[in-house]
Design a protein around this ligand. Structure first.
Ligand SMILES: *Cc1c(COP(=O)(O)O)cnc(C)c1O
Length: 428
């Protein structure tokens, strides 16, 4: 398998784009390999610039839940584009989109469209602060909520310390109000409330940790957060940028039966176009300008072409609840197969899965939070991922990302994938 053209593009890209890519994980740095430059994609498969074909388990990091180049979505985009790309004015499709989201997700009474998950989270936090009149927020180590200043904190040295930024260029003042707790550890949240009670505007959590590999919420964790927030007058924000419309039509909140005050969306909601959204309780969302005093705006927010893509995808998902059953069953067969192979060849690895999300961690220990996730052997992952790439499987080029299965992944893709993984683990 030649990667000559990808290598050439990557060389040239590095002259003009920092690191040659427009988002860091695309650089394939953590597996020490060449980023594949993609030319086209259809269904479950992508083709790179050298003509190599891959079964895609990244799915644009989630959005392509129906598979790439889905005809009805493509047609709706073309139709919308034929009427102009943007007007900077209100459109009918925005009303239909907002109503659809409110119908699909019962905790959402009002919703604002934005252009990315990062923006959705920034705005939801501003709304929570404006509503409660409090400044502090609690986030969990290992949860990712986009690249805004106040949220680039994952590794507080202890639960009692206020956040230290992970990124250069973030003033310490911007993360002073970010408190960090441990995922699946309610006591660490209680300690923060004991110390800062009355100052905490919101607790924000990925209801399934999907940016430290895949880490499931333990029984009682999400309901426990709900209860603590209620007792303390803080808002509970679910960051469903990955889990929204993925586990089922009403997301992780429906799947686990816990109702947040605010929810953020991204990825699937735009079907591959740059779209995010935040929404929730009517009283909280009523603080947003021009209704209330919390300012939030966007020149291209609710863009008609992007809305056409998202609206078509969400409508299909709403009208076909059985698709989720089929998707989760097929993903389950793939994951069961991987688990069986890992056992058969006595690989010291665990596979965490929920619905169509999964992650093979190269560690023998259960992965339940950031600390246990970080024990994974990233060198073992790199060798595995590089083998998969060179045998036609496109997986996330990092140990700490999810594997996404789409509705376009059929029996054939599952069998082909298991065969490659088995061949690798057998000879490793
Ligand atoms: C991807 C992601 C974000 C950020 O979304 P962008 O569209 O990349 O800005 C926020 N939260 C979670 C949980 C995500 O997975």
């Amino acid at each position: 398998m030649s990667t000559e053209r990808s290598e050439r593009f990557f060389q040239e890209a590095q002259n003009y784009i920092p690191g040659g890519v427009n988002s860091p994980v695309r650089a394939f740095q953590s597996i020490g390999s060449v980023p594949r430059f993609i030319r086209s994609a259809d269904g479950a498969r992508m083709i790179d610039e050298d003509g190599n074909e891959y079964i895609d388990y990244v799915c644009s990091w989630g959005p392509m839940i129906l598979g790439h180049n889905y005809p009805a979505i493509r047609e709706s985009v073309v139709e919308a584009a034929s009427r102009g790309l943007s007007y900077g004015a209100a459109t009918e499709i925005e009303v239909r989109m907002a109503k659809l989201i409110c119908e699909m997700v019962p905790s959402i009474e009002m919703v604002r469209m934005v252009n990315s998950g990062t923006e959705a989270v920034m705005s939801a936090i501003r709304a929570a602060r404006g509503f409660t009149g409090r400044d502090k927020i609690v986030k969990f180590n290992g949860c990712y909520h986009g690249h805004s200043d106040g949220l680039l904190v994952k590794a507080g040295s202890g639960v009692m310390t206020a956040g230290v930024p992970d990124s250069s260029g973030v003033p310490a003042g911007c993360t002073r109000d970010t408190l960090t707790a441990d995922y699946n550890d309610l006591d660490s949240v209680k300690e923060l409330f004991q110390r800062w009670g009355g100052q905490i505007a919101a607790v924000i959590v990925e209801p399934v940790g999907a940016n430290m590999g895949v880490v499931l919420p333990e029984e009682g964790f999400l309901p426990g957060l709900r209860k603590l927030c209620d007792e303390q007058g803080s808002l509970l924000i679910f960051d469903e940028v990955i889990t929204g419309f993925r586990l089922q039509a009403d997301g992780a909140q429906g799947y686990f039966g816990v109702r947040p005050d605010l929810t953020t969306f991204g990825k699937i909601i735009g079907a591959g176009m740059p779209v995010g959204a935040y929404g929730g309780r009517r009283d909280v969302m009523s603080v947003i300008s021009p209704l209330g005093a919390v300012y939030q705006a966007g020149t291209l927010s609710g863009n008609p072409v992007a809305m056409a893509a998202g609206y078509t995808q969400l409508t299909l998902l709403k009208e076909h609840p059985e698709w989720y059953r089929e998707l989760n069953e097929r993903a389950g067969r793939l994951f069961d197969g991987i688990r069986r192979i890992l056992q058969q060849y006595e690989v010291p690895a665990v596979l965490n899965t929920v619905g169509s999300l999964g992650c093979v961690f190269f560690t023998p220990e259960a992965v339940t939070d950031y600390t246990t996730a970080k024990k994974a052997d990233t060198k073992a992952f790199a060798a595995y991922a590089n083998y998969l790439f060179s045998h036609g499987l496109y997986v996330a080029p990092s140990q700490f990302e999810a594997m996404f299965v789409s509705m376009a992944h059929g029996e054939e893709e599952v069998e082909q994938t298991l065969a490659v993984i088995e061949r690798y683990l057998k000879q490793r």
